[in-house]
Design a protein around this ligand. Structure first.
Ligand code: NGS
Length: 351
């Protein structure tokens, strides 16, 4: 008896049994399909969140979706990737290191956004870099600082806040306009206002939010790593969103170089906040003097404005940027988000 005829013989003989086995098998296959489907439904899926983020969602046991970000462990308080004093700050790295970008094998996403993959960052930080025509310095800054922010395990984005046109530079006003723009991207814990020419010499100099407004660039090589005067808070400041709102940001009235930071110090104190500073051993910076120029000279008018009633938080600042004359354009570059502001000192004035 061949194999085929044997099978046929048993099929005929146990017809009903075979039908039963066939039905059972079909039920099992269908159930498996259903289960797989429900695993997919309750398992991992992705959704786009707040313009740019992909948050993984899972269904918890009670059926409500939760973010996997919450299920990931927090990054450690102190990042294990920090080495302290950096051996070398390459101020001659003036062409952009594209290898940092995900499009060239790096990790920085379009718009200069990065966050740790395997732990939940403790702080979401927006870096605001005021800018006008200092491309080489900007490249050096990005090459040097992106890796430091990553080693600190921050969830961050770099915003380059450019003032276009020919009117005098107004750092305070573009910081305020830029600040509002950053909030369209995310609800940041912390905002860092950072000059483009300052390059950090130690990676332990932490950029996460402090509990109080902080002046970070305490020791700069140009000043022989000492603070020229106690009220100097220029260079780099860190604010929680709440504190920046509380002091109503910078004054918008400082056109030209100098004074807006001295006024900021006053605003902080007027609102009863304490300015803090890290240790000068940690907060050490090299000032990039390549192509260092001031587009506007020192302004006597600004000096007078520091203590003027017109520049008090209650009448001037974030809440009054609608009185300024500007247009704004935003573009995502490989290693930063560019916020270009055409700001005019007077209405209708051609730049
Ligand atoms: C003061 C300026 C500050 C400035 C500081 C340091 O004189 O805005 O120098 O500048 N105040 C006035 O002009 C009223 S630095 O040498 O770092 O460029 O931050």
């Amino acid at each position: 008896m061949t194999l085929c005829s044997m099978i046929l013989y048993y099929v005929r003989r146990f017809k009903r049994g075979f039908v039963l086995v066939f039905i059972l098998y079909s039920v099992m296959v269908i159930r498996k399909l259903c289960c797989d489907f429900s695993i997919e439904e309750t398992g991992l899926s992705t959704k786009t969140y707040s313009n740019r983020e992909k948050w993984i969602t899972v269904n918890t046991t009670n059926g409500t979706p939760a973010n996997v970000v919450e299920l990931l462990a927090h990054c450690p308080d102190v990042s294990p990737f920090l080495v302290g004093q950096l051996e070398f700050v390459d101020i001659n790295a003036t062409s952009l290191n594209l290898n940092l970008s995900i499009y060239y094998g790096g990790e920085v996403e379009l718009g200069g956004f990065w966050r740790p993959k395997y732990c939940n960052a403790r702080k979401k930080v927006a870096f605001l870099i005021p800018f006008r025509n200092r491309w080489e310095q900007l490249n050096t800054f990005l090459n040097h600082m992106h890796p430091i922010f990553q080693k600190q395990q921050l969830d961050y984005r770099i915003f380059v806040i450019e003032q276009t046109g020919k009117d005098k530079f107004n750092k305070g006003a573009i910081y305020n306009i830029g600040f509002k723009e950053t909030l369209k991207y995310d609800d940041y814990d912390c905002h860092v206002f950072h000059d483009v020419d300052l390059l950090c010499e130690t990676d332990t100099n932490y950029y996460g939010c402090p509990n109080s407004p902080m002046h970070l660039s305490v020791g700069i090589d140009k000043f022989n790593y000492t603070l020229p005067y106690k009220g100097l808070i220029g260079g780099i400041q860190l604010f929680s969103k709440e504190h920046y709102l509380k002091i109503n940001g910078y004054s918008n009235q400082f056109w030209g170089w100098g004074g807006e930071d001295d006024n900021l110090f006053r605003r902080i104190r007027m609102k009863g906040l304490k300015l803090i500073r890290p240790s000068i051993d940690v907060a050490r910076y090299k000032m990039n003097q390549n192509n260092h120029f001031r587009s506007d000279g020192w302004s006597q008018a600004n000096h007078r404005l520091i203590y003027n009633r017109r520049t008090r938080p209650v009448v001037d600042g974030l809440t009054t940027i609608d009185k300024l004359h500007f247009t704004i354009e935003t573009r995502e570059s490989l290693l930063y988000t560019l916020v270009s502001i055409d700001l005019r000192q007077r209405k209708g004035r051609r730049t």
